[in-house]
Design a binder for this molecule. Structure first.
Ligand code: ZN
Length: 422
């Protein structure tokens, strides 16, 4: 009797994993292939066409270099939340007006690169870091009210080893939050969440940054059957809010629906939901995976939309309405500031509302030349939506003198002069 109850329970448990683990099923060459929320086959042996090592172009060393750059900001503290299987630090940025004293700040948590091949989710995260470290009114408001904990590379071993979706133990960290014993990376992030949730300022928004083979930008929406009717509404409010800042670029909330028949237990969001319910807006964002998608990019616009959406969701007043009212009507290239400069300066430019068929925004190039016309660097080479952009850059290892910067987009070309004074 006891055995049969036990086996029924085990059967039910297995059934629950089977029925919730899959997000989508397709038959490929007679074989059933299950896809995860990022639009990739769950079984690595089915990845085939989805693997593009050349797009895993942000390495662990790139992160170490960026950490040194970010560390120069007074708004950042850098430490780690633990170690990977192979002993690499799980680096953490603490961003706030005073990162050493975050008492009273409201907490946002962001982690990226769980799946090493999904660099685009990281690039959006990188742009969020840049925005948060800038001197815009929005950034100042964000830092004054909040503390942002950012784990830019949650799976460093996978990145170093060139594993598209797994860690050094060949485990998918995204889908094993309910597997015991935990992978060290899962244990570290879970412990960190637990610690923050027990603090006076628990996490209010948790963003899990990925990219998807579906060539769309979307949030993974958790159905009310797996959460609650009120949490479903909160998710709609959050996703709709983000979308207002980047219209037609991020899919509606009901584009990708998960947990339609219960809570899938294996994800970080499940842990948040089961332990803290409606108190955490825990949600996965999926950016456009480049190897599957010629229209990927616009990481800065996406980052801007997500951060503004986060602050709106937390009812923190920003310069948002002001920004939303700006509907530029012509191209403009501003004089850099400061000028002369040493070694950093900022260039602002404006992209008006123009529609190029089938393309989001305008193709924009911003380049720097020396006085002989030699190209020094490309600051922007990307599609940009209508808006006002600030590009801050630093000229290392260059001699004092006159340089030019040129904005080119469509038929519009304008150059201005700037002076580097060492
Ligand atoms: Zn992913």
């Amino acid at each position: 009797m006891r055995t049969s109850i036990k086996s029924i329970l085990i059967f039910l448990l297995l059934l629950s994993f089977v029925s919730y683990a899959q997000e989508e099923i397709n038959i490929v060459n007679g074989k059933v292939v299950e896809y995860d929320k990022c639009g990739f086959p769950m079984d690595d042996s089915d990845l085939g066409q989805f693997i593009s090592p050349e797009y895993m172009d942000y390495s662990y060393d790139s992160l170490l270099i960026d950490l040194e750059l970010w560390r120069m900001s007074e708004y950042v503290k850098i430490d780690s939340i633990g170690l990977s299987v192979q002993g690499r630090p799980l680096w953490q940025l603490t961003i706030s007006s005073d990162p050493n004293n975050v008492a009273g700040k409201r907490t946002v948590h962001i982690h990226a690169r769980t799946h090493p091949q999904e660099t685009e989710g990281f690039y959006v995260t990188e742009e969020m870091i840049k925005i948060l470290l800038s001197e815009t009114e929005f950034a100042q408001t964000a830092r004054a009210n909040c503390v942002f904990y950012v784990i830019p590379m949650y799976n460093p071993d996978g990145v170093v080893l060139g594993l598209p979706r797994r860690n050094a133990n060949n485990i998918d960290l995204e889908a094993n939050w309910n597997t015991f014993p935990h992978q060290p990376e899962v244990a570290a992030l879970k412990a960190r969440f637990t610690q923050l949730m027990a603090s006076p300022n628990p996490i209010e928004v948790m963003l899990n940054m990925h990219s998807s083979s579906l060539c769309t930008r979307y949030f993974v929406y958790h159905h009310e059957n797996g959460t609650s009717p009120n949490f479903a509404l909160l998710q709609q409010e959050f996703i709709n809010g983000v979308r207002t800042y980047f219209p037609n670029a991020i899919e509606p909330y009901n584009y990708f629906i998960s947990w339609t028949s219960g809570t899938a237990l294996q994800y970080p969001e499940s842990w948040c939901w089961l332990n803290h319910g409606e108190n955490i807006m825990a949600i996965t964002y999926e950016d456009k995976y480049r190897p599957s998608c010629s229209t990927s990019g616009n990481y800065d616009s996406t980052a801007n939309a997500i951060l503004r959406g986060v602050l709106d969701y937390m009812n923190i007043t920003t310069d948002a309405e002001q920004a939303a009212d700006l509907t530029p009507t012509e191209f403009k290239l501003e004089q850099n500031y400061p000028n002369p400069f040493n070694p950093s300066t900022t260039i602002s430019f404006t992209i008006p509302n123009v529609t190029l068929s089938g393309v989001e925004g305008s193709r924009v190039q911003l380049k720097v030349y020396d006085i002989l016309g030699n190209e020094i660097t490309t600051l922007v080479n990307d599609y940009r939506d209508a808006g006002i952009y600030n590009v801050q850059f630093t000229m290392h290892n260059l001699a004092s003198g006159i340089y030019f910067y040129t904005l080119q987009t469509g038929d519009f070309v304008e150059s201005k002069k700037m002076v580097l004074l060492r």
